[in-house]
Design a protein around this ligand. Structure first.
Ligand code: GLU
Length: 294
């Protein structure tokens, strides 16, 4: 049984970019006749805006995107992250790190002369233990050598050598907050998520998440990473860049403009109900051609 999800961070209301993700994940779940869950990723408390979660819920409901079951909040899941972290420690797959951002940048420069491809892979400074006199800040996952390969349902075959391109990555931040990578893997597993649909900014996180899943004996969900909505400067629309909230007073117009971004052809519809019917059928024809359209 298909289980999909939409997992917004409540750092502000939905904007044109997050709406495309919500729409596509919803259509994928409906076309697969599965469940669509809603998870509020409010673990990054410095970025969380009070009340944004309620606005997001209202926006989704106003557009006709109704989630199945209860809304999950990451802030209520700390025990589960702690347990996963303990499991990784038991397997000796995590270690404390004393490095500051500056130190990591300096040692990457010393090793490579420049940042290869704009990445700053962690050079493994604290792998063998923290130097005397230094105190632990974050905790990192010990990445094993090799290439992670998977097929993205939108972008096609992908592979990443996490050890060389990313390095041992943070699972518990220096401020004590659980890292997104750990929380998302634990939550998707505990919610029984089979299919992730999200933006392409997270495509390069997938290999990391697969490594964590493997270490925690979790079957990784299939993934689809959608093209990002960019602003006029070519930057990803985001709440941090001040992207405007979507307009839910004209649901059809708002839904059609999100749909347009997916480039799946025009929809000649005049009501939100007709939009949902046609869009789901179109999505099913595109991504589930061997099943009967709903
Ligand atoms: N909370 C993340 C975001 O809003 C999405 C995480 C995910 O879908 O894996 O960008």
């Amino acid at each position: 049984m298909y289980v999909g999800r939409f997992a917004p961070s409540p750092s502000g209301p939905l904007h044109a970019g997050s709406l495309v993700v919500a729409l596509a994940s919803y259509l994928d779940a409906k076309a697969a006749r599965g469940r669509w869950l809603l998870r509020i990723e409010d673990i990054d408390t410095p970025r969380t805006v009070a009340g944004a979660d309620q606005i997001i819920l209202q926006q989704l409901a106003a557009l006709g995107m109704i989630w199945d079951g209860d809304v999950w909040y990451q802030s209520k899941r700390l025990v589960a992250y702690e347990a996963a972290f303990a499991a990784l420690q038991t397997k000796a797959l995590s270690y404390p790190c004393a490095c500051t951002r500056r130190e990591i940048a300096d040692s990457v420069m010393a090793l490579h002369g420049k940042f290869p491809d704009g990445e700053r892979p962690y050079p493994g400074t604290c792998r063998q233990g923290i130097k005397p006199g230094r105190s632990p800040k974050s905790w990192r996952f010990l990445v094993s050598p090799g290439t992670i390969s998977f097929t993205d349902r939108w972008c096609g075959p992908q592979s990443q050598d996490v050890e060389h391109q990313v390095g041992d990555f943070v699972i518990r931040r220096a401020d004590g907050i659980w890292a997104y990578q750990l929380a998302v893997v634990v939550d998707d597993a505990d919610q029984g998520v089979t299919d992730i649909v999200r933006g392409q900014d997270l495509l390069s996180s997938t290999a990391r998440q697969r490594l964590l899943a493997e270490a925690l004996d979790i079957v990784p969900p299939s993934v689809m990473h959608l093209p990002l909505v960019l602003d006029e400067r070519g930057l990803k629309l985001s709440k941090q860049n001040g992207a405007p909230s979507i307009n839910t007073s004209e649901p059809l117009k708002t839904l059609l403009s999100a749909w347009k971004h997916l480039e799946l052809g025009e929809l000649a519809v005049s009501t939100p109900e007709a939009f949902w019917q046609e869009a789901t059928a179109r999505w099913a024809g595109q991504f589930y051609p061997t099943r009967l359209a709903p």
